[in-house]
Design a protein around this ligand. Structure first.
Ligand code: 13P
Ligand code: MG
Ligand code: MG
Length: 367
């Protein structure tokens, strides 16, 4: 297709079944109907509805570019219809991700998380969508580093000339509203110096040196905006694979060695990110452990061919078993750090209320 295709992945938690562990099928049906209408009306080229845990994911293709008002309106209308049904069913945390109900042309800043990218469709266009529940945007730092900068993960960086150049990372400082560009391999140590602190420095996008966008993640910060914890900003990431980009398998390999993410149980604990098939993305053990689902598509003139549920594969059995072992250990720590998040990351949880109630009981200590 001559015109650029845009992929918009917009997601929201509009209510969980039961608790925060999963999604009600009516919400999926409502989203199917709503996006089918948007295809009929010519707003979208194609769509796929997915979910992970209690998060409803709208995967949409169109030719309207990023930040398009009609596409955002479709997503917003879909979420509000689904939230109405969630309200009738008295699901858990109805409309949890809505910061505002007044749509003014963009869904950005309204609560739902989004990742969008536009590009000219290649002869073979492989796209992967990572979607997580019970984590936060920095949860992608580790797999994005591994996939695009670690030659032991992505052997293409060593043996394939067009990957050999390396990739550029855009890193967001979420506390200071600023971003930095770091190019690997030369800035590798600077990159790691920042993104190891995933609660503050978040990889927003990855580019080739020639300026092609390869990966874009959602970086919306619900609790920072709201000033209190209601739910996590369970993030998504869109990635392109093959040819001048990492192979699909190189994008998947980081999840074979599970890492810890913020967001388990009340958004207040670290947990191992468990790679699962969509049907197994129902975190109920202490509302976790955190889950990641990956869907793979081929694009054909903007149509989404697929998906393949990429973690529906016994090759990740060991990773899942390791997550369960790590989960056993971390849960034994109960409210103790480092199972529980450090104090400054607890600002948007309910802990400050407990600390405030104790304030009058502190006495000056003279040594
Ligand atoms: P969600 O962000 O997935 O709704 O989880 C909220 C929570 O605190 C679960 O313990
Ligand atoms: Mg929820
Ligand atoms: Mg969720």
């Amino acid at each position: 297709m001559a015109k650029e295709v845009t992929i918009s992945v917009i997601k929201a938690d509009v209510g969980g079944l039961a608790g925060h562990s999963g999604i009600h099928p009516d919400l999926v049906d409502i989203a199917q109907t709503s996006l089918a209408e948007a295809v009929q009306e010519g707003v979208l080229v194609d769509y796929h509805i997915a979910w992970v845990g209690d998060d409803l994911q709208l995967i949409m293709t169109h030719t309207r570019g990023v930040d398009n008002v009609e596409v955002h309106q479709v997503a917003w209308n879909t979420f509000t219809k689904a939230a109405d049904r969630a309200s009738e069913l008295k699901l858990c945390g109805v409309g949890q991700d809505f910061l505002s109900t007044d749509f003014q042309g963009s869904i950005r800043g309204m609560g739902p998380s989004l990742a969008e990218m536009s590009f000219e469709e290649r002869k073979n266009e492989t796209v992967v969508i990572w979607m997580a529940d019970k984590t936060s945007p920095g949860g992608w730092n580790f797999p994005l580093y591994k996939a695009f900068a670690d030659p032991f993960n992505t052997i293409g960086l060593v043996i394939k000339p067009n990957l050999h150049e390396g990739f550029r990372f855009e890193v967001l400082d979420i506390r200071q509203n600023r971003h930095i560009w770091l190019t690997c391999p030369e800035d590798l140590y600077d990159l790691l110096a920042l993104i190891g602190t995933a609660g503050r420095f978040v990889v927003r996008s990855v580019w080739t040196r020639r300026g092609e966008l390869v990966a874009i993640s959602s970086t919306d910060l619900l609790n920072l905006e709201r000033g209190q914890h209601v739910g996590k900003e369970d993030p998504v990431c869109i990635l392109r694979a093959q040819s001048q980009f990492p192979a699909l398998g190189e994008l998947m390999e980081p999840f074979a060695a599970p890492h810890l993410v913020e967001g388990w149980e009340r958004g207040a604990h670290f947990g191992p990110l468990m790679p699962v098939a969509q049907r197994e993305s129902n975190p109920s053990r202490n509302d976790g452990p955190p889950r990641v689902v990956a869907l793979g598509f081929q694009l054909a003139e903007g149509r989404l061919v697929g998906p393949r549920d990429l973690f529906d594969d016994p090759a990740y059995d060991e990773a899942r078993a390791e997550c369960n072992r790590v989960a056993n250990y971390l849960r034994r720590l109960g409210p103790f750090e480092p199972g529980r998040l450090p104090l400054d990351a607890m600002t948007y949880t309910t802990l400050p209320l407990v600390m405030d109630a104790m304030e009058d009981r502190w006495e000056t200590f003279e040594s």
